[in-house]
Design a protein around this ligand. Structure first.
Ligand SMILES: Cc1cc2nc3c(=O)[nH]c(=O)nc-3n(C[C@H](O)[C@H](O)[C@H](O)COP(=O)(O)O)c2cc1C
Length: 473
């Protein structure tokens, strides 16, 4: 497997869908699907009637037939649910294993991977967030079942993933140490996944994929190469101008007059030091210009990872009307992306594009009831009785506080990214009182490439993005 020059960023939820990854992969670069919340994506697509029959086609190849049948019986609605967006939700992940949820999640990750790889020989990767721990073991197993080529993990320090991949690729049980607040020193909690207890003893043989963590500093790059539970196959080095979540600035968080984190010289990457680590690396974060690829290669990188331009191409999962609105805003030179230190419940800064009728607008955000009903970003904490509780800083402040959550000046600004990101890909939750969840749009800081790609047209394809970036080579 030769190293790709270009890695298309994994963008959740459902922005980097199988169509986008497939288009990039069949053009000879690394197409990446987002593995975030795929259980929810699958059940919503099935309740939308599975237009084109793609999910049913993928599920027909899922090796565990009973599980696939059960999922279809539970969630597939021919022609789509009558009350659009009044979706039945998949259960929320907890520390206790829920076999039917695990099976659903395995099938969802299998299906997305299977569709991205269907009928073409290019390489496909899947992106997970380290912060979003509870679904990760069953997610990884689902992707392995469909022959994923690369696993890419960001938003955290994924030291344990290489060891877990080795176990799961041999169909062995695996544990993942969970971040639980209020625990004593030396006290650990784990999530556990055992393929054979879920699917029986007859399991297919699996391939070990390559593993690429996403890090933001030389320090973390070095830590990953030295302390991970197995070898890593490369590093993606993501700067703070990238779309999605960003690492906080090193040292004390200082905000500028517009309330954005100030990054300084300690946040700069030293590529000479990276080279000394002896693993290939890819630069990411507003790297979409051909000259930037050339300079990355000249500094010793194997290539670049690019997100934002792919998020706006024809194949991406962003809801078409919203995509059109974003493109118009960019073309009018009116797009404004800020780094919001508070928006994300994860505590990481998050890039937000200001756009009408999205929760970037104060009034739209404040008209939403602060409920947590998808729960992917919930924090785990140890309760007084020793059991595990779940809380999200974006839920109602009193509820969060009653769960011993620490409320500070950033808490009121926390957005429910789970619901907003489902809305961004056209699958919002709609409630009985008529309220429909609104979208949130995240992009990297520089979108000039989009203007160049759109010079004479109204939209562009993933292949246009690739041809533009690779044109100098
Ligand atoms: C819409 C969007 C969603 C993203 N979601 C994720 C994600 O779920 N996981 C992740 O590791 N990175 C995520 N990213 C970051 C991209 O994968 C990529 O590294 C980054 O966008 C590169 O910077 P660029 O957008 O300036 O090209 C996201 C970026 C965008 C634009």
């Amino acid at each position: 497997m030769n190293n790709p020059l270009l890695i298309q960023g994994g963008m959740g939820i459902g922005v980097s869908n199988w169509r986008l990854a497939r288009a990039v992969s069949s053009a000879g670069q690394l197409g990446v699907i987002s593995g975030t919340s795929l259980d929810g994506v699958l059940v919503r697509r099935l309740q939308d009637g599975d237009p084109g029959g793609h999910m049913r086609r993928a599920l027909a190849s899922f090796p565990f037939r009973d599980a696939a049948r059960h999922i279809l019986e539970r969630y597939f609605v021919p022609g789509g649910i009558k009350r659009k967006h009044h979706y039945a939700r998949s259960p929320i992940f907890t520390i206790k294993n829920n076999d039917s949820l695990n099976a659903l999640n395995v099938a969802a990750n299998f299906s997305e991977t299977w569709l991205a790889k269907e009928g073409q020989a290019g390489f496909v990767g899947i992106n997970y967030l380290e912060k979003l721990q509870l679904p990760n073991l069953s997610s990884l197993y689902g992707a392995l079942l469909a022959g994923i080529d690369y696993v890419i993990v960001g938003a955290g320090i994924p030291l344990e993933i290489p060891g877990i991949l080795k176990k799961l690729a041999k169909n062995l049980p695996a544990n993942l140490r969970l971040t639980v607040e209020n625990t004593e020193k030396n006290e650990s909690f784990f999530s556990h996944f055992d393929p054979s207890s879920l699917f029986g003893k007859k399991l297919p043989s699996l391939k070990l994929p390559k593993f690429l963590p996403i890090v933001s500093s030389n320090l973390l790059a070095s830590l990953m190469t030295k302390k991970a539970t197995g070898p890593i196959d490369g590093l993606i080095i993501e700067g703070h101008v990238a779309g999605g979540h960003n690492a906080p600035p090193r040292g004390k968080m200082v905000l500028d007059e517009s309330g954005e984190p100030v990054y300084g010289s300690r946040d700069q990457i030293n590529t000479e030091k990276l080279k000394e680590l002896g693993v290939p690396f890819w630069m990411a974060g507003s790297y979409g210009e051909p000259e930037q690829l050339e300079s990355a290669l000249a500094s010793g990188a194997a290539g670049i990872q690019v997100g934002s331009p792919f998020a706006l191409c024809r194949e991406s999962g962003i809801f078409p009307e919203l995509k059109k609105r974003i493109i118009e805003t960019v073309m009018r030179g009116k797009s404004h992306v800020c780094t919001d230190p508070n928006a994300s419940p994860t505590g990481f800064p998050f890039k937000v594009m200001r756009l009408i009728d999205t929760i970037s607008e104060k009034s739209i955000f404040e008209s939403r009831k602060r409920i947590c009903n998808l729960g992917y970003l919930r924090q785990l904490y140890k309760k007084e009785d020793g059991s595990i509780g779940y809380r999200c800083p974006a839920e109602k402040t009193e509820v969060f506080e009653n769960k011993d959550g620490v409320v500070n000046e950033g808490t009121p600004g926390k957005r429910c990214l789970c619901n907003a990101l489902f809305a961004t890909v056209g699958m919002p939750t709609e409630y009985d009182d008529g309220y429909t969840e609104k979208a949130i749009v995240t992009f990297g800081s520089r979108l000039d490439i989009v203007r160049k790609l759109l010079k004479k047209k109204t939209d562009f394809s993933a292949r246009d993005v690739i041809n533009y970036i690779l044109k100098g080579l």
